[in-house]
Design a protein around this ligand. Structure first.
Ligand SMILES: [Mg+2]
Length: 217
């Protein structure tokens, strides 16, 4: 699947790749609608009907990932609400072993996430993983999400990235398409980003079913 001799730098997405996407899916699709319904004294169904199109308008844009934006839009304390269900934040199977293994192999390991800083901080507080990374980069630092080509050029300039010797793993197909267009040589996706849901569409990408396969490669 991967010849580690061809890879110096491993770029890793956070949510749905290293971490179980169940937390984020539950938060946005159930918990936020519930709190919004309570605030406006409407039913949960009505709340979901109102929120869905508002969420959809922002998919793939930086706003979708921006907690400040949603805090203002919905007049809810998004960070506080995330904290209320932070017990649901967890690694995907063997993700921490994989991170440990990458360091043992001497790879440069960089997290690149579209997650907002407050969201990233909460996850780093909850799970011990910051020490595995040479750098942790939120696309909010650059002002472009990973879906945009500009993100990759900013990244290249910031870390001196050699895209021919980089592996990038992400559960989002639009993000992988963007990385492919930019020219990242090795790309992998995740077949089961949410532990509570089935297999997702992996497009034409090779997928990681279990990080143990990559550890053993
Ligand atoms: Mg992701």
């Amino acid at each position: 699947m991967i010849n580690w001799n061809d890879v110096d730098t491993v770029l890793l997405d956070m949510d749905g790749t290293l971490l179980d996407l169940h937390f984020d899916n539950y938060f946005w699709l159930e918990y936020v609608p519930l709190k919004y319904a309570e605030k406006h004294s409407i039913s949960l169904e009505q709340s979901k009907l109102e929120l869905e199109p508002r969420f959809e308008q922002t998919y793939g844009k930086l706003e979708w990932y921006c907690l400040d934006y949603w805090g203002k839009e919905l007049d809810l304390d998004i960070v506080a609400l995330k904290r209320e269900i932070s017990h649901l934040i967890s690694f995907r199977p063997a993700a921490d072993e994989f991170l440990h293994n990458l360091k043992e192999r001497g790879k440069e390991v960089i997290m690149i996430t579209n997650a907002h800083h407050d969201s990233l901080s909460l996850k780093l507080e909850r799970l011990s993983m910051a020490h595995y990374f040479d750098k942790l980069i939120s696309s909010h630092d650059y002002g472009y999400p990973k879906e945009a080509q500009a993100f990759w050029y900013e990244l290249e300039a910031a870390i001196g990235l050699n895209k021919n010797r980089a592996l990038f793993i992400d559960d989002s197909l639009p993000v992988l398409d963007s990385a492919k267009t930019y020219g990242i040589k090795h790309l992998l996706t995740i077949q089961y980003p949410d532990s509570k849901k089935g297999s997702k569409d992996i497009g034409s990408y090779e997928s990681v079913e279990d990080f143990k396969h990559l550890i053993q490669a």
